[in-house]
Design a protein around this ligand. Sequence first.
Ligand SMILES: *[C@@H]1O[C@H](CO)[C@@H](O)[C@H](O)[C@H]1NC(C)=O
Ligand SMILES: *[C@@H]1O[C@H](CO)[C@@H](O)[C@H](O)[C@H]1NC(C)=O
Length: 473
Amino acid sequence: MNQTRRKRRPDPSPPPLISPRVRNIFLLLTFLFVIYILFSYGTFRRDRFSSLARSLSVFPTQRRHLLFSIAASHGSWLSRSSYVRLWYSPESTRAVVFLDRGGFDPDPALPPVTVSEDVSRFPYNFPGGLRSAIRVARVVKETVDRGEDNKDVRWFVFGDDDTVFFVDNLVTVLSKYDHRKWWYVGSNSEFYDQNVRYSFDMAFGGGGFAISASLGKVLAKVLDSCLMRYSHMYGSDSRIFSCVAELGVALTHEPGFHQIDVRGNLFGLLCAHPLSPLVSLHHLDAVDPFFPKTNRTESVARLIRAASFDSARILQQSVCYDSSNTVTVSVVWGYAVQVYEGNKLLPDLLTVQKTFSTWRRGSGVRSNYMFSTRDYPRDPCARPLVFFLDGLGSDGTGGTWSSYGLHSVGNCRRAEAVEGLRNIRVLSRKLELNGEQMNPPRRQCCDISSPYNKSMVINIRQCMPDELIAMNT
Ligand SMILES: *[C@@H]1O[C@H](CO)[C@@H](O)[C@H](O)[C@H]1NC(C)=O
Ligand SMILES: *[C@@H]1O[C@H](CO)[C@@H](O)[C@H](O)[C@H]1NC(C)=O
């Protein structure tokens, strides 16, 4: 080709200094060299960038940034691991279980188990208390001291083996705080007397609490000296609280953590959850199953399944009114719907119905709680109609339907408008909470699609700017 071209149009330039063949090889080598430089520089940049981004919290907090430590004992672990199985997922949750002694075969559906260090050198002199409080308090230090295993951990989360966490909601809640600062996040007891006894400012251990990675590192260094100083205290959570206090840090109260220092029927408590994502439930063995005809594990599994459709919405309460029939409906998403005959005012419906009994038993125990309560009528006919969650699914476009079946008790005369009601279907969009929506949060509104007879359809939606949650009269 070259030769034919030269023949037609003679080349005026002098002959090249290097032959085209050598030049091509040279160009190829240069090309490869440039690619190599670009690639290695790129990798370097990427590493540098991601570590920089990590330290600047450019990336939002995710499930993998949380490390859960579960305090258990050899005696309780076998039965209570059935609760942990419900909320722990091996692919996305990081967790460690601390036992007093080993002897369990590894189970891939459960977090790895580790045996706590010997704590016999620490004094314990709370009369009638349990020495295990020291071991459980020291879980905090032993977790943080895991070193390299804690890469990328932003929050250390502590709970018992009978604590059930709603992990995505905990991620949402903790995202409000900067993990590079010192945070101690949790909640106290529902039972007033327990807070009098221990402290209003303490995160109760069973409800679970979270410690930012930076606070965790400091706390791990000083905890042993605190364990020497607070030998007169009863529990592990008092020891952590005291040590955190000595570091000058106070509790940040998050109402989604639930110690559940009550017994029996939790219905009233679950139906008046604060406007804050549900983070944890504890003392499951002391309360009745949440749903009729289920055992405790099945009940919790049903709540967790509902949360898998719309985590932030679980137990969130919306109230809507049917003014043509004077009917008031309270929807507690993912759990229960109550239908009241008559016009009920919102503040009354947001008050906890006292369906449960006190944590401590015996005469002289006052039923004083940390929230407003109202009586739950003994006569089932004086109560609203109650419907419990019996199914849910997605509509494929970000919407969720959930259905609630009538739980009928007693042979009550009901108003004509509601006497035929057997089922309620609730439609909602996935609740996406960003920092702005959480601070402060606003309750959502709902509409009853009329007419209804056997089945009522309710649509939950964002309220309009000046919309009031009240009966149109
Ligand atoms: C609860 O019910 C499930 C399903 O029926 C069953 O597998 C499980 O063993 C029960 N748990 C307890 C503690 O009875
Ligand atoms: C409601 O359903 C019942 C039974 O199916 C029927 O007899 C009644 O007429 C219906 N009422 C209305 C208002 O549709």
